[in-house]
Design a protein around this ligand. Sequence first.
Ligand code: GLN
Length: 555
Amino acid sequence: MPTDPDTGYDPSLGRKFVFVTGGVMSGLGKGITAASTGRLLANAGFDVTAVKIDPYLNVDAGTMNPYEHGEVYVLKDGGEVDLDLGNYERFLGVDMTSDHNVTTGKTYQHVIENERAGEYLGKTVQIIPHVTDDIKRRIREAAEGTDVCIVEIGGTVGDIESMPFLEALRQFSHEEADEDVLFTHVTLVPYSKNGEQKTKPTQHSVKELRSIGLQPDILVGRCADRLDLEVKEKIALFCDVPTEAVFSNPDVEDVYHVPLMVEDEGLDEYVMSRLDIAEEALPKPERSTRWRDLVTRDRDEEIDVALVGKYALEDAYMSIHEALKHAGIHTETEVNVLWVDADEMAEEHEERLSEADGIVVPGGFGSRGTDGKIEAIRYARRNDVPFLGLCLGFQLAVVEHARNVLGLEDAHSAELDPETSDPVIDLLPEQYETEDMGGTMRLGAHETAIEPDTLAADIYEDDSCTERHRHRYEVNPEYIDRLESNHLRFSGRAENRMEILEREDHPFFFGTQYHPEFRSRPDRASPPFVAFVRKVLEETHEKTDETSADEEVTA
Ligand code: GLN
C-alpha cells in the first residue's frame, strides 16, 4: 500500500472503509458529506478514494436523462457515471475510473453472464451470496492501493433497490480482520413550525437501518443551521451513539465550505480515531489550511455569464457551474451564472443576453432548444461578446457560421435535421456501424494537437491537450475547407477530427468538441474557462472605463 511520506502510514494498520448511507429523503447532500469526509482524510495526509453505488438497473448513467438525474459525468477512461463521481474527483483531487461507480445493472449483468458461462455450475444463483459477493469484490478492488475508501450508497435506506447493497455492506464489515469499517448515516433534521429542530425522522431512519442489521457509528444531520447541543444529545440517546458522533451539516453558500463546517465540529478527529489512524495523521494546523485558503479566497470582482441550455436545473450542468467557479477562484472573481432557457428565448433573447458579460452554450442532445442556442451564438459573434461553446455548443457554432456567414441556409447537424442538404456536422464514421446506444459514443480522454500561434495555443500554453469527450457527431470532413474561411479556424485537431474552433474576427470566440469542464478542479481550473473568465473581466473593465469617461464628458 502506498504510504504518504509525510504521515508514514503503516500498511499493517489495514484498509479503512467509510460507508455512507442516507435516510428520510434523497437529495440531502449525502454525496457532499461523503466527499467532505474524504477531503478531511486527504488533508490529514491519507490516500483516499471513493466508490459510488447507484442502485438502479441501468448499467451506467450514460442512458439517463439529465433532467431526472443531473448531468452525466465523464471519466478519463470514458466511464459515463453519476454526477457524484464529479464531486469526488473535485473534492479529492483524484482521477477515478468506471470501476468506482457500481450499479445494480453492472452487478447483475456480470453475475448473469457468469451464470451463462457456467461459473456456478450446479448451483442456484441467488442475490445472497452471488450478487452480494460481486458487490463486495467491486468495493475491495476499487479501494486497492489506497489507505481509505469512502463508499456512498445512493438512494435512501428502505428502498427495495438498495437492499442487496446494504446486505453486502453488513457482511463486509465482519469479514476481514485487517479491515476497519465505519458507518455514517446522513439524515434530515427539519424545523417545526415553532422553530424546533426535530429528531423523529432521524430516529425512524436509524430504526430502519437497524432492522437490516446495521448500526450507524456516526450521524450527520442536514439542517438549515447547526444542530443544537440538546438535539445532538437526543439523537445520540435514541440512536445509540455517543454525542460526539453526531454532526451537523448546515446549509452553506458554497459546497466547498462543507469540509470546513464538519471539520469545525471535529469530524476528522472522530473518524480518524474510530479508524485507528489518528496517530498517523499530519499535525492539525498543517492539515486544513490549503483547502481552507483556496475555498475562502477573496473574490473582489464580479461578472455575469449567461448559460444558454435546455434544462432549468443546475445539476444538469453541474460541472460547468463548478468549472466557472474554479476559474473564479483562480482569478479572484465571483462568477454569477444567469440561466437562459434556450427553448423560450425567442423574441426577447437580445434583452436577456445583453444582461450578460459572456455567453456559454453547453453540450446537449436532441433538437429542443437548438434554435435558441444558435441565436445566442449569433448574438455573441455579432456583438463581440466572449463566447465559450462546449460540445453541442461547438457544433452549433459551426452551424451558425455555415448558415449566417457562409450563406448555407439549410446547414445543420445531421443529428438535429437528418434531411439537411448541408450536414456540416455528421455522425462519426464508426457510429454508422453501431446500433447500441449505451457506452458507444466517442468517450473519455483523447489528445488534441494544437496549432501554434492561435488562441488555443495561448490558452493551453502547449502544443497539445488531453480532455474528455462524449459525442456521436463531429465536423463533416467534406466541409472543413469551406468552413475555414471568413475568419473561422479549427485550431485543434485529432487527426481529421476537428476539436477546437476559434474566430479571428472576434475578441474571444472559442469552442471545443470535448468537455473541458470534466477536468476542472478547485485548485486546477480548466484553461479554457480561465481564459474565458479573464477575457470577460477585461471587457467589463473596458466597458466601465468607457462609461466613466462618458460620464466625465457629460458632467
Ligand atoms: N449531441 C451531440 C453529439 O452527439 C453533442 C453531444 C454533447 O454535447 N455531449 O455529438
